[in-house]
Design a binder for this molecule. Structure first.
Ligand SMILES: [Zn+2]
Ligand SMILES: [Zn+2]
Length: 316
């Protein structure tokens, strides 16, 4: 009797497992490297989860097609994003837009190009995605990364000042070039939703990377973008959480404080960093990037700031 009851219990357990397992398999498409936030119908911010994607991205679904914005530092994250988009829509991914050439935003490009997307970027990205990423990585460049950079697909649609992409149903993406972070940055604006993807022109509560930047031009860009803002607008940064226009002003404030600290501290870089710490020490990447920001700002004030495309002693 006991054996029969055990068999019955065992059978019941098997049935329960059988009903649960397909659902568990379905959950394997749940992203692990990022979170997804729908900011407006069909407009999604894709947010780096503790460095596991390497940067933010996004995607926009139109009546006819989908556009993806940026493809992370980790190619696995790009594959996860492709799988996630497929849980939302079967429409073709017609475009992959790169906000700029930095490797943490373009390393997964091939995943979407192989899926049929046309690669869209500022005209300068075509050259810079190789030469400038090798320089950017410096001592962090491994043979594997060098190979990945060498194999990055070529952009097919090149943007000079602006371009409009049609996703169907009256939904367009307006791509505009703004100077500041690299000299090859695009802002992606959704025609029928209050969302703009800024790439690394915006870092939210995070110290920006200035290695390829023109800080004075960047402040002017942030002021112009803030001037055309409205309370309903969402800005998706390259790093950090989606934010309102105040985040643009906060980053401009940081860049102004950086310039002031460097002017006051002269050659004493540690003093300049210490001067920034009370206001900005709680921002992400402060320890890692603030000292480099001081060096870059010193170079700009002395008229020797290298930007992409310049020949320089450290260029490969
Ligand atoms: Zn960048
Ligand atoms: Zn970035």
């Amino acid at each position: 009797m006991r054996t029969r009851r055990m068999l019955r219990v065992g059978l019941a357990l098997l049935l329960v497992l059988a009903s649960v397992l397909p659902a568990a398999r379905g959950q394997t498409t749940e992203p692990t490297r990022f979170t997804v936030q729908e900011l407006a119908p069909g407009v999604f911010a894709v947010l780096d989860r503790e460095g596991r994607a390497g940067a933010n991205a996004g995607f926009v679904i139109g009546a006819d097609a989908v556009a993806v914005i940026d493809s992370f530092f980790h190619e696995d994250a790009a594959r996860e994003l492709l799988a996630h988009i497929r849980t939302q829509t079967a429409r073709p991914i017609r475009y992959l837009i790169n906000t700029h050439h930095h490797i943490d935003h373009v390393a997964g490009n091939a995943v979407f190009v192989k899926a049929g997307a046309q690669l869209v970027a500022h005209a300068r990205v075509a050259d810079w995605q190789r030469s400038e990423n090798l320089r950017l990585l410096g001592p962090r460049l491994t043979p594997a990364l060098r190979e990945r950079i060498g194999q990055l697909p070529e952009p097919q649609l090149l943007v000079q000042a602006a371009m409009s992409l049609d996703l169907g149903g009256g939904r367009q993406l307006l791509l505009r070039h703004w100077p500041g972070h690299t000299g090859g940055d695009l802002v992606v604006q959704v025609s029928d939703a209050p969302v703009r993807f800024l790439g690394d022109l915006l870092w939210q509560a995070a110290i920006p990377n200035l290695v390829d930047a023109m800080p004075a031009a960047w402040r002017a860009t942030l002021a112009s973008l803030a001037a055309e803002s409205s309370p309903a607008l969402w800005y998706v940064p390259g790093h950090g959480a989606p934010a309102r226009a105040q985040a643009l002003l906060d980053l401009a404030d940081y860049l102004a404080a950086l310039e002031q600290a460097v002017r006051e501290a002269g050659a004493d870089a540690e003093r300049a960093v210490a001067q920034l710490k009370p206001r900005f020490g709680h921002w992400a990447f402060f320890r890692g990037l603030a000292p480099a920001n001081v060096r870059d700002q010193q170079a700009e004030l002395e008229g020797r700031k290298r930007v992409p495309g310049d020949p320089g002693p450290t260029s490969p």
